[in-house]
Design a protein around this ligand. Sequence first.
Ligand code: GLC
Ligand code: GLC
Length: 817
Amino acid sequence: MQYGHFDDNAREYVITRPDTPYPWINYLGCEDFFGLFSNTSGGYCFCRDARMLRLTRYRYNNVPADSGGRYFYLRDEGDVWTPSWMPMKSSLDRYECRHGMGYSKISSARNGLAFSQVSFVPLHDTCEIHKVTLTNESNIDKRIDMFSFIEFCLWNANDDMTNFQRNFSIGEVEIDGSRIYHKTEYRERRNHYAVWAVNVPIEGFDTDRQTFLGLYNGFDHPQAVFEGEAKNSVASGWAPVGSHHIKARLAPGEVKTFVFVLGYCENHEDQKWERPGVINKKPANILLEKYGTSNAADKALAALNEYWKNLLGRFTVDAEDKKMARMAGVWNQYQCMVTFNMSRSASYFESGIGRGMGFRDSNQDLLGFVHLVPERARSRILDIAATQFPDGSAYHQYQPLTKRGNNEVGSGFNDDPLWLICGTAAYIKETGDYGILEEKVPFDNNDALADTLFVHLKRSFDYTVTHTGPHGLPLIGRADWNDCLNLNCFSKTPGESFQTTANYESGVAESVLIAAIFAFTGPDYAEICRRTNRIEEAEYAEKAIAKMIEVIDQHGWDGDWFVRAYDAYGKKIGSRECEDGKIFIESNGFAVMADIGIKDGRARKALDSVKEHLESPYGIVLLQPAYKDYHLELGEVSSYPPGYKENAGIFCHNNPWVTIAETRLGRGNRAFETYAKICPAYREDDSDLRRLEPYVYAQMVAGKDAVRHGEAKNSWLTGTAAWTFVSISQYILGVRPVFDGLMIDPCIPSSMKGFTVTRHFRGADYHITVDNGAGVEKGIKSIMVDGNSLDGEALKKAVLPAFGDNKAHNIIVTMGK
Ligand code: GLC
Ligand code: GLC
């Protein structure tokens, strides 16, 4: 069944009942301050770094699920409820949650009192705004007690959940009128505090959790609320919280609004105190002044809406298939921006204390947002490149706050270097900015080792060339894109990390996937060399690529599909010779993306084999047959129960590789089929099985060997977002940035009659209308550019020039044979 519906005009997903099968969340914030916000007002917020600067506490894997958030309690003559449903699971006369672009809105009503809460992070400020509106819809006077509630995190989220012997003694607050300040550790080395404020006078407050809740009570039964009276408690140690008690009298029909602000404020070290022991409130005063009225909050929300309207205006789609149009035009791009901001740090599956920014993840994420924020993509590339080592390998992860490589995870993932070429090529194709190649970038975060970005790309390319194994295929190192194919690990110790433990240096284990990535992205490197007049280097690169393709032909083909890898004993993985793991998705998708085997029919055969062996109703599984037992020589892939994660789960990230590969064969029907199967909007009415948000991609959907085949996990922070956007926008709809301009190359289902795309590209707007009255899957009969038709070679090439004239251009494309 469905738990809501899309509102396409508003760009919102409307959740119509609160008991979704899992919390369905949204992200607030687009610069320095972020909030995770569930459909029942659960979640938390942080400034810049989800681990180091967390403002509010959130208990992962808690019971009941998703308790903790920004809560409001209402009390009407003894009747107490939470209008966001949680944490009391209150019965409501109506309920709705609208997740929009950077904001969420919860509206509900009970017994003649309507409540609405609009929550967002305004542009350029480090705070959350929660605008609350109460409306008396009854015909009698109402005397309402409203209590706000948040629980402060003692900043370092990891320490907060582990170091109780210290933490229960350090909590400190200050209360000043309607403003509650959280200042734990401010007396020593922190120069920041949080403030939780409301723009009206309050009746009372609480800042000590136990006093507010009462002994042994949960969030669902706060004593202060049930008694109708705040206790004015001042936290000292234990658990500091923030609760305002507001009394509101509402005549029939009367409306009252309240602006709550939860802000993060910093002071210079020498200006921390107003007087001894009293914090300097200047930055808080400025912030709260700014958002002190309901009008000001509305204006800030309008500015945020404008920001998103402009951003998403850079790529829009219209088509008869509304599911595809709303995903490609809105939600897929929105998710790409979230992966830009969060990488893999904070979601309802990533605790915000674990991983930093991944080298490969960030480069791939870039493919999905480079057209939206090219400037920010540029600096992201330079940040990533600075964590590369002089030999071309790279730190596998880096910390977002310091931008430095993370030693704990180290390096040795031999696919990493190539993704830097892939990301940089995408940036140059989008912007035409070859200047980025001449930027000086440190190696190993060391300025003394700085060289141009071009040199970084060369080291990436050379790293693959010089690290090959017995068959001439690239050595896999710790793992390639598949983090769980740990062919040099041989771990026997429970709990040991498969990614960081390298017990064994075989110098033998090789990856066909890395070879295919090299064949796919290498030509862009060669082309970049040619276009920047590095002709010799281009020729060297082209030779190396041709050689690699030969090696794939010789040692990477298994008869009906591409081999996946060779293990430390030189035995094949992903071959009919294997008992389990006979066929893998990754090498097949990527090899065909690199056009390998297209002329001689192997590409077709490989993709047909993928369909025959790996297909399921919910997408393509990663491998078959699933590993039944743990294999010392394969590592983590065989540690998962069959059907989950990398062991034959539908690992959505690599499904679009097959989609793109299918378009290389011109099979638009099949390409679209693989696209739609993992696209969440097509599974909206199947939410009881899928469980996660129907507006975002998940990393994994349980595969056909799994107990819960079709159930999704790990939504939001996945490379699936970027790659599906590439597959639908560039390869199915076929509007593809190339070095020379914007290529038009649709490959669509024959039943799709046409579509329109508007695309902002290098300083001009392209209004592209594609007509497929002919009912073909691929092929262009004519292209009209501003009324003039392209002919001969120009039509064959089908590349629109970069007009760069700040104007709109009309492109009419007719498909046909
Ligand atoms: C996770 C990782 C990514 C890896 C993938 C496959 O999504 O973030 O780096 O490629 O798993 O193992
Ligand atoms: C596990 C996961 C994989 C992820 C990795 C990150 O191996 O299965 O998806 O990339 O952890 O550390």
